[in-house]
Design a protein around this ligand. Structure first.
Ligand code: IPM
Ligand code: MG
Length: 392
């Protein structure tokens, strides 16, 4: 039986378009093998959209996303648009509104260092003999990113800047459930990161996470202050399983995690909204943030599916854009996460992830993970994607 899924493809700027094209080779190979029909709608976003329409997030792009089951996102931004007012820049003008508009409150950022790539990590290799596999669950639509008031104004003859950190308990509860659920499917250890020795937000955060933990007695819950968490991540990344934290701390810690894993070019991410009701039909209309469902009754997969946006953790890397050398694996693994969390195509997701491991095991390396060790072959973006597609 063939299933049709609608996806919006937003390639964006920098290396976005080339890694997106490369990822399509792999996605198409998986779709063919598992009889999945993908209806793809490519739209402009970021700097490319500013150049073409004047807006980093044109209405047409939003409409396409609204009519889709998921968004596959490349990357946005670059030197060309850096001098625009902050609100009109690709990152703030496209990414943040997309997150808010689609209520994508749960940001899953895996930080995986494969045992075969530990030498590419800046962490001393004796600290990570078997690599590591950490999942950062970052709250993405609240906290200091979005709290009001937010301003720069003149007070008593000088400029004063205000950002406001706000968390409603319901926002903490829902992200905690996502994190505990993720931990249940992994090693059942969850570390909640906060700054409860200083911030009222964090006092409520910790208290709420402890409250939610009562529903997950099998998960071992621990707490760290964010400054300590930043240290422990470098000292013993292997000691973490799942981390849950707020928007700002998650932004910082997930970059740290990405760096110590060896290459930004390997790491996907998912930003998820509310779970869709299981087994209901989807008419493709309306706001996906609140309802909508594409789960098909009777398919083997019955855990909830989410409307989501999937993107590489690395940025647009303008320094290497257009050269055909960027690592497409983050984009490819983002497509796998999309198949898993939004489309319910678990077998296809598994196949892509296994094919990536196979390509790495065979010694293929893009420049970011090439170290010249025996058995490594340096390849470009397309060759890497072709090898992964072939392995499916
Ligand atoms: C990220 C980015 C964004 C963020 C920026 C580009 C707005 O750093 O996705 O981590 O801070 O969330
Ligand atoms: Mg960031």
């Amino acid at each position: 039986m063939s299933t049709t899924h609608k996806i919006s493809i937003l390639a964006g700027d920098g290396i976005g378009p080339e890694v997106m094209d490369a990822s399509m080779l792999v996605l198409d190979a998986a779709a063919k093998k598992f009889s999945i029909t993908l209806e793809k709608d490519s739209q402009l976003v970021g700097g490319a959209a500013i150049d073409a329409t004047g807006s980093p997030l044109p209405e047409e792009t939003v409409a396409s996303c609204q009519a889709s089951d998921a968004i596959l996102f490349g990357s946005v931004g670059g030197p060309k648009w850096e001098n625009l007012p902050p609100d009109q820049q690709p990152e703030r003008g496209a990414l943040l509104p997309l997150r808010k508009k689609f209520n994508l409150y749960a940001n899953l950022r895996p930080g995986v260092c494969l045992p075969s790539l530990t030498h590419a990590s800046p962490v001393k290799n004796e600290l990570i003999p078997n690599g590591f596999d950490v999942l950062c669950v970052r709250e993405l639509t609240g906290g200091i990113y979005f709290g009001q008031p937010k301003s720069i104004s003149e007070v008593d003859g000088e400029l004063v800047a205000i950002d406001t950190m706000v968390y409603k308990q319901s926002e903490i509860v829902r992200i905690a459930h996502i994190a505990f659920t993720a931990a249940m499917a992994r090693d059942k250890r969850l570390c909640s990161v906060d700054k409860a020795n200083v911030l009222q937000n964090s006092v409520l955060w910790r208290q709420t996470v402890i409250e939610v933990s009562k529903e997950y007695p099998e998960v071992e819950l621990s707490h760290l202050y964010v400054d300590n968490a930043a240290m422990q991540l470098i000292k013993q990344p292997g000691s973490f399983d799942v981390i849950v934290t707020g928007n700002l701390f998650g932004d910082i810690l997930s970059d740290e995690m990405a760096m110590i894993s060896g290459s930004l070019g390997m790491l996907p991410s998912a930003s998820l909204g509310n779970p869709k009701p299981v087994g209901t039909a989807d008419d493709g209309a309306d706001d996906r943030a609140d309802d909508g469902a594409s789960g098909e009754a009777g398919r083997e997969e019955c855990k909830p599916l989410y409307f989501g946006m999937y993107e590489p953790s690395g940025g647009s890397a303008p320094d290497i854009a257009g050269q055909g050398v960027a690592n497409p694996i983050a984009q490819i693994l983002s497509a796998a996460m999309m198949l898993r969390y939004s489309l319910g195509e678990t077998a296809a997701a598994d196949a892509i992830e296994a094919a990536v491991d196979k390509a790495i095991d065979s010694g293929l390396r893009t420049g970011d993970i090439f170290t010249g060790k025996e058995g490594e072959t340096k390849v470009g973006t397309v060759a890497m994607a072709e090898a992964i597609a072939d392995a499916i």
